[in-house]
Design a protein around this ligand. Sequence first.
Ligand SMILES: NC(=O)c1ccc[n+]([C@@H]2O[C@H](COP(=O)([O-])OP(=O)(O)OC[C@H]3O[C@@H](n4cnc5c(N)ncnc54)[C@H](O)[C@@H]3O)[C@@H](O)[C@H]2O)c1
Ligand SMILES: [Zn+2]
Length: 349
Amino acid sequence: MDRLLIQAPSGAYHLHFGPGIWAELGELARSFDGVVVVSDQNVAALYAHRLPFPLCVLEPGEGTKSFDQVARLVDQWAELELSRYSLVVALGGGVIGDLVGFTASLFRRGISYVQVPTTLVAQVDSSVGGKTGINTPRGKNLVGAFYQPKGVFIDPAVLKTLPRREITNGLGEVLKYGVIQDGALFELVSRSIPAFYQVALDVVGPVIRRCVEIKGAIVAADETDWGLRRILNHGHTFGHALEQATGYRVYRHGEAVLLGMFLEARLAHYLGLLPAASLREIEAALLRVQLEYRFDQVDKQTLLRALGQDKKNRAGAISFILPREIGKVEEVLLSAAEVEKFWDEVMGA
Ligand SMILES: NC(=O)c1ccc[n+]([C@@H]2O[C@H](COP(=O)([O-])OP(=O)(O)OC[C@H]3O[C@@H](n4cnc5c(N)ncnc54)[C@H](O)[C@@H]3O)[C@@H](O)[C@H]2O)c1
Ligand SMILES: [Zn+2]
């Protein structure tokens, strides 16, 4: 069985890869005093039978990451008489992973949980790193906790049933890992975009493994988001602003990150950081992804307002993680006026 050790300061755990994870997880679960699987309706219908334990099924969608659903899960777990020595299995995408991890951190002051991520986003990003949380009407991920799982079980074959748009959504984060840390990974993924839409496991499997290796190392060095972990925000300054400026209704998060990477690569080139040849490579990769967009529909003032509210901003400046080359990034702080000048000169034309 293929494994990778993640050393988070608050505890070490393994990532397990491949078709054998279901049997392995079944075995692990039997060593706990009680088990429950939590999933959403789509994923439960396809995969819950592989884990024969009591099951809580929730509605799919971002709305499920709420205090209401935390309360509902706590009720159901108490009803099932789960103790501090029981195990909760989060079977699903990032919505289920974030909600279940957060609820596990609260139930009986903290109960063990494992992640079985079933979307590309969850397999390369949300299941690793221990960030958990929910939304409130006042903000996305406004409430949460750092709470590491006891293990992450990744079977890339489940991506075969994923809608195409969810592949695009995941490709944003996959390409991001290449730009921030690994030029060879970027090149491989850039050449293999169709293999992702076909879920060709010989390509997708090793790429997922490399992505979590990169994220695992970053998270081990910086569990709570103050130093190195910031580089994971490449593409996210413009990406978040686009999501916010369009009321979270137009783009999935990973789509906004793809557009954010496109804009931030242009910004890096504009500032003289990124050579033209690298910019062209990044643009070419992003154009191969199935994503429709028109920047001329973006209202500049709304976007600038959203940038001004970014949680990474410091001392009145907007923080960007910009590439110097493919595989290497650095933080650059810019004033709103500087960003506006870039937008007018490069995007406004
Ligand atoms: N904790 C973190 O570090 C972190 C990182 C990135 C994203 N997130 C969070 O993750 C959430 C988004 O997660 P997501 O993109 O995985 O979306 P999601 O969990 O909403 O899943 C997307 C859709 O795919 C369906 N689905 C999942 N797996 C499937 C499969 N194998 N086959 C068929 N359908 C399947 C789901 O039912 C859902 O309809 C957001 O709430 C975001 O805030 C968290
Ligand atoms: Zn992201």
